[in-house]
Every structure is written in C-alpha cells, then in structure tokens.
Ligand binder design. Structure first.
Ligand SMILES: Cc1cc2nc3c(=O)[nH]c(=O)nc-3n(C[C@H](O)[C@H](O)[C@H](O)COP(=O)(O)OP(=O)(O)OC[C@H]3O[C@@H](n4cnc5c(N)ncnc54)[C@H](O)[C@@H]3O)c2cc1C
Length: 403
C-alpha cells in the first residue's frame, strides 16, 4: 500500500500510542512511534486491565483481524464484579464498571495486550528514544527532539506519553496532575491448583472489591488464560507475536489513604516486596482470615507501590498540529477501570480523523473535531473515576475550579 503524504509522529508506545499506530499503519498512513523504554519488556508492565465495550470496539476498528483474534483468545472472562465487607460477606454495589451494564467486559494482562499491539509494527516503533520536547515551524510541520540528540519532523505530533507527558508539559503548561491522596500496593498471586482451592470461588469475578474500615480497600481480579496462550498463538498461525507472561494469576491490590499507612512515600517506594506484603497483612489483620491466606500467596517479586494521581480537567485550547491522547491528557484514578479503555477510544477516533486528513480533509479542523469529542468523554471519565474513587477509596475530590 502506498504511504500517504501525511506523516504522523507518536511519542509513547503504551496502549494508546500503539493502538493508534496500528490503525494508521492499516490505513496506509506514514506513522513512526518513539518510546523511551529500551525494549518492550525493560520495565514491569504486567498488571491486569478490565476491557469494556469502548476499548474492545476501538481494538476491533484499529487492529488487523488476526491480532483481534489474539485479543479474544488471550482475554479472561469472569462473572460481573462483586463487593464484600471485610468479613467477605456480599454487599450491594453501584460500581459503574461492574461489567453487567451490557456489552462485553473482560480482563487482559496489560503486557499481553501490549505485545499484541506491537504485532507487525516492526521498525515503525523505535525503543530507547526519549522525547524531550518539540518545535513547531511556519510551514505547519512539527519537530520532536530526543535525549540522544536526534530529532524527527512530521505533520502531526501525538503525545501518547502517559501521565508525566513532557509534550503536554510544554504544550499545555497550565494542565495539572494532582495527587489523589490514595496509595496502592499492587501484587499477584500465581493461580496454582493450591491457590485456586484456597481462594473462595465467589472472589473469581471480573473485580471483587473488599471494603474495609476508613476507605481501606482490597481488590481481587483473576487473569485466567483459556486456552494456554502458546496454544492459542499456534492455532492462530503464529501471528508474529511474542508472549512472555502467560501464567494465570489473581491480581490483588490494597489501597488506602496515605495518612493511614505507617510509611512515608519515600519509604513506601524503597520498601521490598516482602515489606510491602507485611504492611498490607498488618493493615488487614482484623479482616476475614481468608484475606491473610490470599496475601500470603502474593509473589513478593510482583509487589509494587503506586501513588494514585488524576488530571484536573481544563478548558479546550486552540487546536494545532500537536495533539494528545490517553493518560497524557486525561489520566484518571483507576477506581472505575476505564483509563486504558478511554486511551483506546481516543486512538480509534484520532485514527479516523487522521484518515480523513490523509485523504484530503483539512488537518486542523479534523484534529479539532477529535479534541472536542475526546475532551468531553475523557474528562467525564476523569470526573466519574474521581467521584467513585472518593466513595470507595477516600480519594481527594477534584478541585472546585476544575472545568
Ligand atoms: C493499578 C492500575 C490499574 C489500572 N486498571 C485499569 C483497568 O482495569 N482498565 C483500564 O481501562 N485502565 C486501567 N488503568 C489505567 C491504564 O493503565 C492507563 O490509563 C493506560 O495505560 C494509559 O495508556 P496510555 O497509552 O495513555 O499511557 P501509558 O500506558 O502510560 O503509555 C505511555 C508510554 O509513553 C512512554 N513515554 C513516557 N515518556 C516518554 C518520553 N518522554 N518519550 C518517549 N516515550 C515516553 C512510556 O514509557 C509508556 O510506554 C489502570 C492503571 C493503574 C495504575
């Protein structure tokens, strides 16, 4: 297929940036992705994601059929989410991301999805290229600069570089990212036969939330492959996708307001997996003994702390050839599990608009239509996630001046 005259530079090979690149490449548009990490696996990427109908529809649109079949083959299908008190007795739930609101809701391992999204992109993605900023030119083109001294020029620059986006910091310096006050400790229990037998069956849902006192929260969510991934890949003809993380596990996270934890942020971030597990066991000591049994099965090598942050919504700006998607513009609390789904939705819409521009529509109005829609549903998702995070995890509300 002939490449179009339009050249698109994407900063960041996360879920949103790769999905956009897949869609543009499929449409014959010249796209190049630049990623800071040295390789796809140079950093632990392996937490579980709930995929909702928006995210799955975006993948359907953007990916070639064989990669969509791999997404289906590697997702984990569970009954809708459920909530429990700290004795593990069921309680009613109004979770907006429960998974029974219509359409398909499944769980995926983030690294597995990312490896599928890399499928067939080959030299389109350059690793070890950290973007440090950009310049715009009088002819409308944009040059991205990299830490290694190199640069590249295109017609559009897409910031898909996550919550700390250097492109956003240059382009929209007034945009704020706030600390929600919630700290999360995240880990995995390998789902061995013994673990499956020890974990109550009612906790094998899309997401099981255990609500403790003072907004302490334990979340459990299984990732169970069916059939084993290597068999799925073989059956689908190889598909040039390499999987490195294919064992079943129970994602198990603990969240609490920072002031309830005995460690400062610095201490939390330098603690070992064992120390973090002991901290969570101490925090949940009076809960159902079954919780302690599950935490004892946490693999300490998979345990890490997270500071939960949220974008503060801002008003629209004048559209230029620099645009943004995903966490770079609307990072949100993971309380509802829609950040990745929204990034994929952005990628699908932006791919459509860039496709129109590649076929002769004016570029800036096409980008403006994308940004108008994206800011509306993206910041709505930020607000819903903030409100649900406030109810469930004691997260600080968005500032009252948030637009
Ligand atoms: C604990 C947790 C659980 C979550 N669960 C869910 C869930 O169940 N469902 C859901 O929908 N969402 C969930 N999310 C949110 C989801 O992970 C994010 O919204 C999603 O990954 C955002 O994708 P992205 O492509 O915008 O950014 P990212 O995935 O963050 O990708 C950004 C990429 O840009 C790269 N980069 C950064 N800076 C530079 C630079 N200067 N130059 C080049 N590259 C750069 C990064 O290395 C990275 O690869 C969860 C988040 C957390 C923390």
């Amino acid at each position: 297929m002939n490449k179009s005259a339009l050249r698109v530079i994407v900063i960041g090979a996360g879920l949103g940036g790769l999905a956009l690149a897949q869609g543009l490449h499929r449409d014959g548009i010249d796209v190049a992705v630049y990623e800071r990490d040295a390789s796809p696996t140079s950093r632990a990427q392996g937490y579980r994601l709930r995929m909702n109908p928006d995210g799955l529809a975006a993948l359907e649109q953007l990916l070639p059929q064989h990669l969509n079949r791999l997404v289906s083959a590697t997702c984990s299908i569970q009954p809708p989410s459920a909530y429990f008190d700290d004795r593990l007795d069921p309680i009613p739930s109004t979770d907006p991301g429960r998974g029974d609101e219509g359409g398909r809701n499944v769980a995926v391992n983030r690294l597995t999805l990312r490896q599928i999204l890399l499928g067939g992109l080959g030299e389109i993605v350059s690793f070890g290229r950290e973007c440090t900023g950009y310049e715009t030119h009088a002819d409308g083109t944009v040059t991205a600069r990299f830490r290694d001294g190199s640069h590249t020029t295109g017609d559009v620059l897409v910031a898909a570089d996550g919550v700390n986006s250097p492109v956003r910091q240059q382009y929209l310096p007034h945009a704020r990212v706030m600390d929600t006050g919630v700290r999360t400790i995240y880990g995995r229990c390998p789902l061995t036969e013994a673990a499956v037998a020890a974990i109550p069956e009612r906790l094998f849902t899309l997401y099981s939330g255990v609500l403790g006192p003072d907004h302490r929260h334990l979340g459990l969510a299984p990732v169970q492959y069916r059939p084993p991934v290597h068999r799925a890949v073989a059956e689908l003809g190889g598909a040039a996708v390499e999987f490195t993380d294919t064992e079943d596990y129970m994602m198990c996270l603990f969240s609490a307001p920072a002031e309830l934890l005995p460690l400062s942020d610095d201490e939390l971030h330098s603690a070992s997996g064992e120390q973090l597990r002991d901290l969570v066991m101490a925090q949940t000591r009076d809960w159902s003994p079954r919780i302690g049994t599950i935490l004892e099965m946490w693999d300490p090598a998979t345990v890490f702390p997270l500071t939960i942050r949220s974008t503060v919504p801002i008003t629209p700006w004048q559209t230029t050839a620099v645009t943004l998607l995903g966490d770079a513009i609307h990072a949100m609390s993971p309380a509802v599990g829609v950040g990745a789904n929204t990034a994929l939705r952005d990628a699908a819409l932006l791919a459509t608009q860039l496709g129109k521009a590649a076929r002769g529509a004016e570029l800036i109005p096409a980008l403006r239509d994308y940004e108008t829609a994206m800011l509306d549903y993206g910041f709505q998702a930020v607000r819903t996630s903030a409100e649900f995070g406030r109810q469930r995890m004691g997260q600080a509300p968005l500032p009252t001046d948030a637009r």
